[in-house]
Design a protein around this ligand. Structure first.
Ligand SMILES: [Fe+2]
Ligand SMILES: [Fe+2]
Length: 192
């Protein structure tokens, strides 16, 4: 698979995870309780894989792209900064969900706000990369650049796919594999 296609596929996968996250957050609007273990799996996965592998590789690609396509610099600087914001807000969201998993009494509005903000911000980040960066990267990055980007982060196995994941992410794997029956949830109470 060519590197741009692989990059795009990762975005499609993250978008799918954000969609599942959104579906769980939607249960809050209808007064139901989200599957907090599933929420925790998704946020942990994004913290471990996206923040530690996908984003460092992008940062290296951005650095090289800024040299080859200077007109993209302002966007690349902003996207690089957004990686830090995503990591920080993901960390905060994970703390909140961990508290919810451990049955701490926690205002639902806190999780709702943190998760909703995270989802919107993350989706917007991915959309900007897809629209503004990937097409230019496909034209201007060299094989050396792609190799340097790949080597910018450890080649650790994707924790979701690797056979050594053990019991970790089992809620997420079950959901993604479609092994759980689909929920039939009511639409949000308000359509504001
Ligand atoms: Fe990114
Ligand atoms: Fe990305």
């Amino acid at each position: 698979m060519n590197p741009v296609m692989a990059w795009h596929e990762e975005h499609a996968y993250f978008a799918r995870l954000l969609q599942v996250l959104q579906e769980e957050v939607d249960t809050l609007y209808t007064g139901q309780t989200p599957n907090y273990e599933l929420l925790l799996d998704i946020v942990s996965y994004l913290r471990e894989y996206s923040d530690q592998v996908h984003h460092p590789r992008e940062d290296e690609a951005f650095k090289r792209l800024a040299r080859r396509s200077p007109e993209l610099r302002p966007i690349l600087v902003r996207l690089h900064q957004e990686h830090r914001v995503i990591a920080q807000s993901g960390d905060r969201l994970r703390e909140l969900v961990e508290e919810a998993v451990s049955d701490a009494v926690l205002p639902r509005a806190d999780i709702e706000a943190a998760a909703s903000t995270y989802i919107v911000y993350y989706r917007n980040h991915i959309a900007t990369e897809e629209k503004e960066v990937l097409p230019v990267a496909a034209r201007s990055l060299t094989e050396d650049d792609w190799l340097a980007a790949k080597e910018a982060a450890p080649a650790k196995a994707d924790p979701l796919v690797g056979g050594d994941a053990g019991d970790r992410f089992r809620h997420l794997r079950r959901r993604i594999a479609g092994e759980t029956p689909p929920h039939h949830r009511a639409a949000p109470a308000t359509s504001a």
